[in-house]
Write a protein that binds this ligand. Structure first.
Ligand SMILES: Nc1ccn([C@H]2C[C@H](O)[C@@H](COP(=O)(O)OP(=O)(O)OP(=O)(O)O)O2)c(=O)n1
Length: 159
């Protein structure tokens, strides 16, 4: 379930030296399972709530608060550890499992919140990444983590 280490030279070569077909599409060789899709997760959680007559509790505000609570639980797992290495090589299997559960809770509430707000989350995410690319042109910001407002000719943020 955790990232596998892949020593790809692509990860270390500067972007300008790489062809588009060579672009790595994952972090250290790690990828997600193809399924379930976000819409399948939405449907699974919808059914979970219906079977328990919990729709009445899943108002947008309640879901938001529940999601933030779960984000807090994720943060709790990281607190006091100092910097954490990619792939969590120093974590116990128990803590890694715990993290996977808490991150899943966040996603479940996020997807449910998006459903209740009628936000088409996968489509909205694609659109947002498109906006991010416009706001942070690779040639302008490569290797810098400055916010777009710190650049001389900032792109307009339309979100
Ligand atoms: N009213 C609720 C309560 C729970 N859940 C689902 C969504 C979450 O994935 C998970 C959250 O359950 P808990 O509130 O028991 O939280 P944890 O699983 O994190 O347990 P704990 O707080 O003990 O770590 O259950 C839900 O959909 N609606």
């Amino acid at each position: 379930m955790m990232a596998q280490q892949v020593n790809s030279p692509l990860l270390k070569r500067p972007r300008a030296d790489r062809g588009a077909e060579e672009e790595p599409d994952s972090s250290e060789g790690f990828t997600f399972s193809q399924e379930p899709t976000l819409d399948q997760i939405r449907a699974m959680q919808n059914q979970f709530a219906r079977e328990r007559d919990w729709d009445q509790f899943h108002s947008p505000r309640n879901l938001l608060l529940a999601m933030v609570g779960e984000v807090g639980e994720v943060a709790e797992l990281f607190q006091w550890r100092g910097e954490v290495k990619e792939g969590l090589p120093d974590w116990s299997e128990k803590d890694k499992k715990h993290l996977s559960q808490e991150l899943s809770d966040v996603l479940i509430y996020l997807v449910r919140l998006a459903e209740k707000c009628q936000v088409d989350l996968p489509a909205a995410t694609v659109e947002k990444i498109k906006l991010n690319k416009q706001k942070y042109p690779a040639h302008q910001v490569y290797g810098s983590s400055k916010k777009y407002t710190e650049y001389a000719t900032p792109e307009k943020n339309s979100s």
